[in-house]
Ligand binder design. Structure first.
Ligand code: G3I
Length: 361
């Protein structure tokens, strides 16, 4: 495989030389070995993997007394076999959680203690099973609204703010060596970032382990600007926590402004005018996407606090942005196209990382 203009294709992992972990989220077909093109990219370029869906509550724990480990086991084994840092995603979220979790016992309203017990059982089982194999967990996902207020999820409504602290405590009990992260989108927005910083600070003051924060980094071609993202990295670094880009992609297609981020409860139906690049990404957009990736990777390389960057998907064939915020459109947000060929954006990342390495960043 060749990257346009780069000669024999560079390995991103080799260029990075451990500067930060680089990876991608794998879907269930990839985990099952049914996508050799994507797996070749992973082995050549990445040092870490995340499970797009395989470790979510609805996948591993569909009923109170039933766990489904097959896909999750395959995921962890794939990472171990290929010497990749294996990330766990996600223990406590309001999406992809079966309705029984939030249901009261036989006709009663939900008892907070029962919900807490369910949370503990789940975390103990999942984290305990992969103790020593999964290096780090997204413990809680998306606890805040963009304005910094608590998101009124079923977790919050039943347990209040304390649900986050308890989730971190349960995860730490189940694997004392695992790194534990808080994960959210739009943390570049100041009120949301301040809320996450307050959370990190208060957990630490209480002696509860939290190792880092993940900005999901579902971004657009024109926003957020570097001048908005960089202060986020600096502010988290000041707290002494790691900051990771856990779900990076850059959407080059038009999107209503209010849908920046990743609120999966909001979606619109496909209309031809919302699917302008069904036949491929035109050259001007390829070049803009490449410049955007160059700029963000140059910035990541400037900050030692950035410890991992994970793309949410391997090639454009599998990106969740083919389904969100518009169902069924043809999107192009990643470094590899639908055939697994590197795009100009790949070359731009190579260039940014090489330049950073030669500057001693
Ligand atoms: O499990 C069903 C399966 O039984 C059914 O056959 C299939 C048919 O459509 O649907 C399957 O469920 C889908 C699931 O992915 C597994 O493939 C859901 O419809 C679909 O909505 C779900 O989307 C996932 C989304 O989270 C839902 O919350 C995306 O793949 C996944 O990329 C996305 O990931 C999230 C992160 O976890 C958190 N941050 C935002 C990010 C993007 O939304």
């Amino acid at each position: 495989m060749k990257g346009a203009g780069t000669g024999p294709q560079a390995s991103l992992r080799e260029i990075l030389q451990g500067r930060f972990l680089l990876g991608a989220a794998l879907n269930d077909a990839q985990i099952a070995g049914q996508d050799p093109v994507a797996l070749e990219i992973v082995r050549r370029h990445f040092s870490t993997i995340s499970p797009e869906n395989a470790l979510k509550w609805d996948a591993v724990h569909p009923e109170p007394d039933r766990f489904e480990w097959a896909a999750a086991d395959r995921y962890v084994a794939l990472g171990v076999k290929n010497h990749l840092a294996v990330i766990g995603h996600v223990l406590v979220w309001h999406e992809q959680t079966p309705s029984w979790v939030f249901a009261g016992a036989a006709g009663a309203t939900l008892d907070p203690e029962l919900l807490l017990a369910r949370m503990r059982t789940h975390i103990r089982a999942v984290v305990g099973r992969y103790r020593g194999l999964v290096q780090a967990w997204d413990v809680v996902n998306e606890a805040f609204e963009d304005d910094g207020t608590w998101r009124k999820t079923p977790w919050y409504r039943a347990l209040g703010e304390e649900y986050v602290a308890r989730a971190f405590e349960f995860a730490h009990e189940a694997d004392p060596d695992a790194q534990l992260y808080y994960n959210d989108y739009n943390l570049w927005k100041t009120p949301k970032r301040e809320a996450a910083i307050r959370l990190v600070t208060s957990l630490r003051q209480r002696g509860i382990r939290i190792d880092g924060v993940g900005e999901q980094a579902h971004w657009l071609l024109d926003g957020p600007g570097i001048e908005e993202i960089e202060p986020m990295i600096v502010d988290f670094a000041k707290t002494g926590t790691r900051i990771m880009m856990t779900e990076l992609d850059v959407d080059p297609l038009p999107r209503p402004d209010e849908l920046i981020g990743a609120d999966v409860s909001k979606r619109v139906d496909l209309k031809p005018e919302l699917d302008p690049c069904a036949d491929g990404l035109p050259d001007d957009l390829q070049q803009r996407l490449a410049r955007r990736y160059r700029d963000v990777f140059s910035m990541f390389a400037r900050h030692r606090a950035v410890s991992r960057v994970t793309f949410w998907g391997v090639t454009d064939a599998d990106t969740w942005l083919n389904q969100w915020p518009v169902r069924g459109r043809t999107n192009h947000p990643l470094l590899w196209d639908r055939q697994g060929q590197p795009k100009p954006a790949f070359d731009a990342v190579v260039e940014a990382l090489r330049r950073a390495a030669s500057n001693g960043a």
